[in-house]
Design a binder for this molecule. Structure first.
Ligand code: CTP
Length: 417
């Protein structure tokens, strides 16, 4: 298999490396792109490693490609962006973990050592990019055989203890590729959890791995696996990836798809997973995952509002009441309320009809239009808009012109002043 040939986005980069040949060390494609190409999947993120100064190399490559190199971190790492895409560059290095869960001490090293510092055998492969040895697969731990047998295997026994975020990564890879940890690696993961390594991790470090997992197509299976490994409660005592929560995530997601409700699956998942949190603790923990503020707000609302939204829907006596009761709520919150609603109350049907139909029935006419029709800014504006919304929900308008005409009539009648 010629991995370099199989990745079209590498072509301009390899051509640029050829132009630079005199000025840098041995260069490799490493990690996920090699793994994915061997698996037969598309390589999306390209990571290059160089036995030399990564940032200088990235700058030279960027200049040759007409792009820009942006250095980051302390490990000779940079991102190169150019017209046809972007890729990361790093200096090959070894890592020494002085204490468990802390960040490692880093030293420059050759490619072999660089591969040995990595998480799993399937991620510890490199392909040479320099013309002299281009396409050569460096696979010191036989990651290729582990890929063939569908095995997620740690490279050494201290791997999870050194970096417990790898337990979340293992669950992600198992779920994504339908692979399984080999029994020794699994035993190591379980004893690392038991030894408290996961609980000692900072939320920021675990946060980025958890948020990547929650956005994967097979993220729910990954959550279930973390529960099975005993890691979920170690991540946070209130975090719920237990079978009932997993089933609820699946039904919320299925409802969302069936109704075309427009909620984001990953936010639904995290809302279910955090529903047992005490509210201020939930916000604190979600914030520590480094999610964007609007995502935190939506997940928090969706996690904590099901009974309230259900009650509001049950109480609504008209379509207008129902529309008012739920408009402005995150779709994730309405989907979760629906998934949790008791089938014997009217809440279920009403929440469903809001998601499928009512949420789309919104006025085209605005307060500005009413002003143009002569209605000055006043409480009457809100009253006219509400009346129009009611009529719209009752199916009285087929066109914008009809909405405007009704607005004109209502204003003329003067009954809302
Ligand atoms: N890595 C590691 N331990 C971690 C994180 C990363 O050993 N806790 C190594 C792995 O070799 C991994 C590489 O760093 O292949 C790059 O990490 P990342 O970008 O997270 O993963 P990818 O391999 O690119 O794969 P994916 O994004 O598909 O997970």
């Amino acid at each position: 298999m010629d991995i370099v040939e199989l990745i079209p986005s590498l072509r301009p980069i390899v051509a640029a490396i050829d132009e630079l040949e005199e000025r840098h060390g041995r260069t490799f494609l490493v990690g996920g792109a090699v793994r994915d190409t061997i698996i037969g999947a598309e390589a999306i993120d390209l990571d290059l490693a160089i036995e030399g100064a990564g940032i200088d190399f990235a700058r030279d490559l960027a200049a040759t490609l007409g792009g820009l190199a942006t250095p980051y971190g302390d490990f000779g790492t940079a991102t190169v962006a150019f017209a046809q895409g972007s890729f990361d560059v790093a200096s090959t290095r070894s890592e020494l973990y002085a204490s468990q869960g802390a960040l490692p001490t880093v030293e420059p090293a050759g490619i072999d050592e660089d591969l040995l510092r990595r998480d799993f055998t399937m991620n510890a492969m490199a392909v040479a990019l320099d013309s002299a040895e281009r396409g050569l697969l460096i696979d010191p731990l036989d990651g290729e055989a582990d890929i063939a047998s569908g095995t997620v295997r740690v490279i050494h026994d201290a791997s999870f203890a050194d970096d417990p975020t790898r337990i979340v990564r293992a669950a992600r890879y198992e779920a994504r590729f339908r692979f399984g940890l080999d029994s020794h690696s699994e035993a190591l993961a379980r004893s690392s959890v038991k030894a408290g390594h996961v609980s000692k991790l900072s939320a920021t470090r675990i946060g980025s791995e958890l948020s990547i997992l929650s956005r994967e197509e097979t993220g729910i299976e990954g959550f279930a696996r973390l529960d099975e490994l005993g890691a979920a409660r170690a991540l946070h005592p209130s975090l719920d990836f237990a079978p009932v929560a997993i089933a609820d995530m699946k039904s919320a997601e299925a409802l969302n798809e069936r109704l075309g409700a427009g909620a984001q699956a990953w936010r639904l998942r995290l809302a279910v997973a955090t529903r047992a949190f005490e509210p201020t603790e939930r916000i604190r923990w979600l914030d520590s995952l480094q999610l964007a503020r609007p995502d935190v707000d939506v997940i928090d609302r969706a996690a904590g509002s099901a009974p309230e939204l259900n009650a509001r829907s049950v109480e609504a006596v008209s379509l207008f009441d129902l529309h008012q009761a739920l408009t402005g709520e995150p779709l994730e919150a309405v989907v979760i309320a629906l998934a949790a609603a008791d089938t014997t109350t009217s809440g279920r049907e009403k929440l469903g009809s809001f998601l499928t139909t009512l949420r789309h029935v919104n006025l085209t006419v605005t307060g500005d239009d009413l002003a143009k029709l002569g209605l000055a800014e006043s409480p009457a504006v809100g009253r006219v808009l509400n009346r129009l919304q009611q009529k719209k929900l009752d199916g009285e308008f087929a066109t914008v012109a009809e909405e405007l005409e009704a607005a004109r009539e209502l204003i003329r009648s003067g009954e809302f002043n």
